[in-house]
Design a protein around this ligand. Sequence first.
Ligand SMILES: [Zn+2]
Length: 174
Amino acid sequence: MRWFNHVAVAGSVAAVIDPGMVPLAMLGSTSPDWLEWIGGTAAGRKVKHRTITHVLLTWLTAAAFFGLVWDFRGWGLAFTLGAICHWLQDSLTVTGVPVTWWSDRRTTLLGGRMRTGGMGEYVLSGVVVLICGLVVFMRGPDSGFLPFFRNWPALYREGLVDGAEWRARRFEWF
Ligand SMILES: [Zn+2]
């Protein structure tokens, strides 16, 4: 999977859960790939692609640790969420990803028919982003967070902005 799609999916999933998680989830979403590079540099030999940093159990253990033992402002959990999204996305590709450290084969989900860099992963990411965006949008500004969207009609009804301002700015989304 391309990093672009990892970042897009993890970012939008995090936005649904808690927008505060978005930056760390985005960072974590590519971490299984760049941790291979860091680990390889530190250990002095190349980490094989889609091994230890792409094991689902690694990230579930990390999630359990951050969720139950210790975390700093939820950053660890957000980072881990991004990495788990990465795993799920990679599991849709032909190569697949390992579930446990002792897996002797890689697991694929939904038939593992996607090709890295192919149209499929962009379509899938688009769908996920769209659904998450809709959820965030439908929730409205009161019950959740709308970091980028301002609900002008609601502000108008509540008398927070006057008619002229609303008319002038209702099509401003950002
Ligand atoms: Zn990967």
